[in-house]
Design a protein around this ligand. Structure first.
Ligand code: KIV
Ligand code: NA
Length: 277
């Protein structure tokens, strides 16, 4: 356990330390992350997949993120917190994007927001928000909100043309004012190259060891689900442990092994006597 001061954007821009980022969606997860001393908590729209049981991040609403970011903020009052702008909130006009970002900052207590992609419309969103004092983290490479048009959840930037496009997108997002850029599922060497060419830090996921920072989904790194993802490392097997614990609980209740008298409370014998009469 380490108690460290809350990091700020200049810290991310100027220090050479690796930036440690993890997602969290609720009070306990964020509290664990803060106690572990991570630099950035992301209330990602992966919320939809790992917490809400949706099929796609595109189903996640602004209300969903606000609700969960508020809980995460209460769990980690002292950690830089980024909230994902959900699908739809920055694709339908600048006014709507500004209002959504203001809610995430004001209601949820987020320090920054994250948007995916680098189309001219999205670059304009990055520009307007960051110019108006709302820090924006970019996200290029595999962008799950538009995965359908990318051909599914797979590695991006494998051809010259595509690699150059990702490099250009990362630079455009930086030029538009982003303070950091997530690189998701791009080849290691491309991520290293983008990292060299940017002034702001890159934060990788499935992007190899040469980014300035790393992000993982809480449930992936803790092994909550059975599915093993190549881009993640499992530091625990919480899903297996939780199922085993619940099975043991069910067995013991059925067998009468739990609860024992010690798990309850004593009654004074004179009180018992009177109640019985
Ligand atoms: O929603 C999310 O968890 C993310 C990270 C994987 C970067 O966007
Ligand atoms: Na996301």
């Amino acid at each position: 356990m380490s108690v460290r001061p809350k990091k700020t954007i200049p810290d991310f821009l100027h220090h050479d330390d690796k930036i440690v980022m993890v997602t969290a969606y609720d009070y306990p997860g964020a509290a664990h992350a803060e106690r572990a001393g991570v630099d950035i908590i992301l209330v990602g729209d992966s919320l939809g997949n790992v917490v809400l049981g949706y099929e796609s991040t595109t189903q996640v609403t602004l209300d969903d993120i606000v609700h969960h970011a508020k809980a995460a903020r209460r769990g980690a009052p002292n950690t830089f917190l980024v909230a994902d702008m959900p699908f739809g909130t920055y694709h339908t006009g600048l006014k709507r994007a500004r209002e959504a970002a203001v809610r995430l900052i004001q209601e949820s207590g987020a320090d920054a927001v994250k948007v995916e992609g680098a189309t001219p419309e999205i670059l304009e969103v990055v520009r307007v928000l960051s110019r108006n004092g709302i820090p924006v983290m970019g996200h290029v490479g595999l962008t799950p909100q538009t995965a359908t048009s990318l051909g599914g959840l797979k590695v991006q930037g494998k051809t010259v043309e595509h690699a150059l496009r990702i490099l250009r997108e990362a630079r455009d997002v930086e030029a538009a004012g982003a303070f950091a850029v997530v690189l998701e599922a791009v080849p290691n060497k491309l991520a290293g190259l983008v990292t060299q060419r940017l002034r702001v830090p890159t934060i990788g996921i499935g992007a190899g060891p040469d980014c300035r920072g790393q992000v993982l989904v809480y449930h992936d790194l803790l092994g909550v689900y059975e599915e093993h993802k190549k881009l993640a490392k499992r530091y625990a097997e919480l899903g297996r442990d939780a199922t085993a614990a619940l099975e043991a609980y069910a067995r013991e209740v059925r067998e009468g092994a739990f609860p024992q008298p010690d798990n309850g409370f004593l009654m004074k014998s004179d009180v018992l006597r009177e109640v019985r009469e």
